[in-house]
Write a protein that binds this ligand. Sequence first.
Ligand code: NAD
Ligand code: UDX
Length: 475
Amino acid sequence: PNQVKTITCIGAGYVGGPTMAVIAKNCPHIRVNVVDINPERIAAWNDTDLEKLPIYEPGLKEVVAEARGRNLFFSTDVDQGIRDGQMIFISVNTPTKTYGTGKGMAADLKYVELCARQIAKVAQEDKIVVEKSTLPVRTAESIKRILQAEDTEHNFAILSNPEFLAEGTAIDDLQHADRMLIGGEEDENGQRAIEALVNVYANWIPRERLITTRVWSSELSKLTANAVLAQRVSSINAISALCERTGADVDEVAHAIGMDSRIGPKFLKASVGFGGSCFQKDILNLVYLCRHFNLPEVADYWEQVVKLNDYQKHRFAKNIVDSLFNTVSGKKITFLGWAFKKDTNDTRESAAIYVAKELLDDHAEIHVYDPKVTKEQIFKDLEYLLTQKGDCHSEGSEAMRNLLQRVTVHTSPYPAMDEAHAIAVLTEWDEFKTYDWKEIYNNMHKPAFIFDGRNILNAKELAEIGFSYKGIGKG
Ligand code: NAD
Ligand code: UDX
């Protein structure tokens, strides 16, 4: 049978780490190497203290404990990994370009290209190269050209195998995937490569959930899936604004429409705005592609999903300022949560960062408590945004220091809320629902405001305590 014995994954991030851990767990007969150029990340993956793994995902440490050292290995030796792997996954980051052509829209493929060149340079036999990173449609063609131009001796098959896991549920999503998508070329070489990858996943995913398509369809399906999911969130967030004006309740509306089996209940939770490393990046990438192919109407349609999300974040911050008598200058505003969603320590594109910036612009004193995000990360996020937006020219500048002086990060929740003028819920961590809200109320300035950006707290109970409670889309 067409079975690979060794797999190497380049990129030990949020996708590469968990994905390979789950492959290793389910395929003890395959040796899985995960390689990365970042030595700290690899050291953390190899740490004997499983609490120190570089990313937090429920269930991840158990899977790593089972497979690491048996058939799962983490290393910085990328060349050795490439030589060892019969099948090589590329799972490096593909952020939005921050320079030159396509700046602010297109995906930056420099890391992917570097991988392709390195594979070509080091390979000593035929390889199956799998695109795991999210890539613009037709990237496989470029990868193939690079490989063949740099190495004319060996045969390379390129597969597209986009990842649909969501953070916070990565292990469960991988273990019980709705579907696994594999795109490949139609010739015999391509079909054999598809079969080899199908045989890997078939170790735990039912065959009927393994979808095989042409390469371009697979690449485009990933961008489309994220665009459609984000569009649902922007749709319900748009309605939340209308609810606030009209007295309707967005959660009731979402429940009512979600019962229609054609619509379905998921991804209709109104919020302070979607975050995460994927949605915005992938939609902007799609918009860029549409413009590139001269489809301006299609580009504008999808771009609106991102614009509406920016509007939602801004609306949340503005509502805080408006409610606090038109100024938050010198007022203590406590953020519960900084991560872009619960059960992850990832903060990329989190709405919290943007809301914090707007409130800092209005001279607020921001206090933050998040159960999993470190102080260093929070300051890094703010520094990055402030330099991006041109508020400060460089990290460590005086302007930056002045701004960041007004940010305090706490490691426990109650002190974070002492003497606050307002509390803003930015992430839906379960523990926030269990707090002693009466005690918190007693220790706050009055009127005591809560802005629930996730609609997770009990509005009625809080109002009875005395809070001025404002949820999203609650008229
Ligand atoms: P990440 O930044 O967490 O990890 C990428 C890793 O690649 C980093 O550790 C980096 O050091 C490493 N790397 C970069 N260039 C390298 C090179 N030349 N050689 C070796 N290592 C290199 O990124 P991520 O969140 O894991 O995302 C990876 C890809 O998967 C992206 O294309 C993303 O769009 C896609 N994706 C992400 C998610 C998600 O939930 N995060 C879900 C689906 C798809
Ligand atoms: C997303 C896709 O779901 C996943 O398939 C893809 O592989 C990567 O991108 P992720 O970004 O990890 O996953 O999390 P997701 O659960 O999609 O949430 C994204 C953002 O939307 C979060 O900020 C979340 O809080 C927000 N969201 C989600 C809402 O505001 N309302 C919802 O109903 C759902």
